[in-house]
Design a protein around this ligand. Sequence first.
Ligand SMILES: C[S@@+](CC[C@H](N)C(=O)[O-])C[C@H]1O[C@@H](n2cnc3c(N)ncnc32)[C@H](O)[C@@H]1O
Length: 301
Amino acid sequence: MAAEVLEALRPRPGGRYADGTLGGAGHAASILAASSPTGWLFGCDRDGAAVKAAEKRLAEKFAGRFEIRRGNFSEIAKWMEVGSCNGVLLDLGVSSPQLDSPGRGFSFQQDGPLDMRMDDRQPQTAADLVNGTNAEELAKIFWEFGGERESRRFAKAIARDREQKKFGTTRQLAELIERISPRAGRKAHPATKIFQALRIAVNDEIGSLKRGLAAAVEILKPGGRLAVITFHSLEDRVVKEFGRERARDYTFSGEVDVPELRQPRVPELKWVTRKAIAPGEIELKENPRSRSAQLRVLEKM
Ligand SMILES: C[S@@+](CC[C@H](N)C(=O)[O-])C[C@H]1O[C@@H](n2cnc3c(N)ncnc32)[C@H](O)[C@@H]1O
């Protein structure tokens, strides 16, 4: 989505940008290149390894034009001046280095500790959640964050198995799911949604996103743009609802939007494109992981 992100944020010399999800700094580098020679970027990531890699990459070409901090983008308004930014990018989800390192425990395709923390300073791991949450709560996590139809069945099976042996590895969990729900020619591994749900819960991804969107709008200047890349429908729904709420030209009192109870107001944001932008064919070929990516762009009024 590199070209689409640049089109959305329109980086220019002298502009100030923020990347809340630095990862390997691919997008950050292209924003800095496009805003040469005087554009400036603040970047953050919860992942210490990503922060180190990004720092190294950006220092090679853009020394003096960026600042990096390790932390959750939900706190970005504490680190950047309110109303100071021309563009903010949130490229959500996990990075390839996170998914591809068995030691991080994000993937059911490789064996590793059942960890899944983006920020390893945080105490709670996926194993803690799987071993210490009651079956009802686990089922709720699988359903709400994974849309897993068999959430109750899986949660009960986990609660039964862990009485014999606590879950410690990704393989142990993936094998249990496969045992009770054999793959039987299905394209996706039966543990896909369970792993997604656990990852979202361990990292409080939805809570961080809701707080992060509000913080991103705070640091934007009028006319500044917020670009968000989501990877599943749950994230996309949060972005859509946030945008819809802030782009409405009225508020309403009470729980339900009834025309008689509407109060006019100046909207805070407007949608730059009505529909989400999907990756093009070339990108899909080069990077199959981008297949579920969707970009939404909002502009501060
Ligand atoms: C899809 S990758 C970003 C890739 C990056 N845009 C690039 O060009 O290489 C997502 C990154 O966001 C980070 N991340 C996810 N949620 C975060 C949050 N709430 N706060 C800070 N970083 C977060 C992850 O640790 C991961 O490194």
